[in-house]
Write a protein that binds this ligand. Structure first.
Ligand SMILES: [Zn+2]
Length: 431
């Protein structure tokens, strides 16, 4: 299985790529002008900030950044494109020949290009609406080589990429649109516009199975573009794939050639490397660390601030409790108190977290427990009573007896035991 991706990321700029219209306006057709609606005679002007961010991304993905970059017109006729061409990049894109390491494997990056988004089409039963607010929004397209060979790698790659983009300031809550190229044979099938990690994995899974079936029954796999239907959990043929010739790429004469030499890229942050280093240095779970910092600048800062000063296990423990029970941003002073409590053996439940946030005094003796010992007791009770797990699937109260059994051995707050039970059940027994 070979999977290549084209990942489209919206850039966090105030204005659009080639005009001064607001980049992300919500009320339809309110952020438009002659340039982004393609009126005759209107000339594009490049947004320098967008160019800078595309250099940041190219640098983070270890791309070669040439001295100069320029744009092309990709010509095609469609209602979302009033100019009848999209301004994009091809041979002189901002970055090329890069790579991203995921675990022990390298996914090569073919190209990173800056381009404008077409308008948004909303289809209703009897009519079609077009919102030109999206026309001209700045996008970076990241094109990989077909180096991804499994669903697991697809997941790792997307998480790593999204984390890098997040730390470079991109808004990853916005839909990142991905085109998937999947080939099991010589024919390449492209699945357009998949959003969300779950959909991406489901679409890849379905398409791989579809192609496998065709190969087993000795049928031909067509080179085509398909779309993914979330409702049907399948891919549907949409059109035969255009070749580059059909797009009629030409140099964009309204824009100049831009110098990239003077743009100093932002230092990228690779959370997977940080998680690996810290896990080795402080003996904590790499996966748990990664989950905490993948998309959370604030937590990363707290970990870096307190690493060495407190036990890493206590720092992570306190962060996890705050992430679970608190909705507001974690403050350094408050979390430091929480870390100190954890180091003294206290358990941070919802009540303690709330009291810490309110600045109340905490009587730590009331909540001192050893969660490792409680967890291990819960684990051994469940393992000895296999029927409990079966009963629990249909009756959530089936586990209440476990709390009683643990209480016989430990003097602890039943609420704490109930929380640990929930934790062990979901993390270790996956129920
Ligand atoms: Zn405009």
């Amino acid at each position: 299985m070979k999977i290549g991706l084209e990942v489209h990321v919206g850039l966090p700029t105030k204005t659009k790529l080639f005009c001064r219209c607001k980049a992300y306006a919500t009320e339809p057709n309110t952020a438009i002008c002659p340039i982004c609606t393609g009126l005759p005679g209107a000339k594009p002007m490049l947004n320098k900030k967008a160019l800078e961010i595309s250099v940041d991304i190219s640098n983070a993905l270890n791309c070669i950044i040439e001295k100069e970059t320029s744009f092309v017109r990709k010509v095609y006729f469609y209602p979302d494109l009033p100019k009848s061409f999209q301004i994009t990049q091809k041979d002189m894109s901002v970055g090329h020949s890069g790579n991203l390491k995921i675990n022990n494997k390298t996914v090569r990056i073919r190209r990173i290009q800056l381009e404008e988004d077409p308008a948004k089409i909303l289809r209703e039963d009897n009519y079609t609406l077009i919102d030109y607010n999206r026309s001209g929004q700045p996008l970076v397209e990241i094109v990989t080589e077909p180096d991804i060979n499994s669903e697991e790698e697809l997941k790792l790659f997307m998480n790593e990429l999204k984390s890098i983009l997040y730390y470079l300031g991109a808004d990853i809550d916005q839909d990142i649109k991905v085109d998937l190229n999947i080939s099991l044979s010589d024919s390449r099938v492209e699945i357009k516009n998949v959003t969300g990690l779950k959909n991406l994995i489901d679409a890849a899974k379905y398409e791989v199975q579809r192609q496998e079936k065709l190969i087993q029954t000795k049928q031909q796999i067509l080179q085509e573009t398909r779309s993914y239907s979330e409702a049907k959990l399948s891919t549907i043929s949409s059109r035969e794939k255009e070749s580059d010739e059909e797009y009629g790429f030409i140099f964009e004469p309204d824009l100049t050639v831009y110098n990239l030499e003077n743009i100093k890229p932002k230092e990228p942050i690779y959370t997977s490397i940080i998680a690996k280093d810290y896990s080795k240095k402080y003996g904590v779970s790499e996966l748990q660390l990664l989950e905490i910092i993948l998309f959370d600048k604030n937590s990363l800062k707290i970990i870096q601030t307190f690493a060495g000063k407190y036990e890493m296990k206590a720092i992570l423990n306190a962060l996890l409790s705050f992430k679970r029970y608190s909705k507001s941003e974690i403050k350094e002073k408050i979390i430091e108190k929480a870390i100190q409590l954890v180091q003294k053996g206290s358990y941070l439940d919802a009540e303690v977290v709330s009291a810490l946030e309110k600045g109340e005094e905490i009587n730590i003796n009331s909540n001192i427990v050893n969660t490792d010992e409680i967890d291990s007791e819960i684990r051994s009770i469940i393992k000895k009573n296999k029927q409990l797990l079966e009963d629990y699937k249909t009756n959530k109260k089936a586990m209440n007896s476990v709390i009683g059994m643990v209480l016989k051995k430990f003097k602890a707050n039943p609420r704490v035991i109930s929380e640990r039970l929930e934790y062990v059940l979901s993390n270790e027994f996956k129920v």
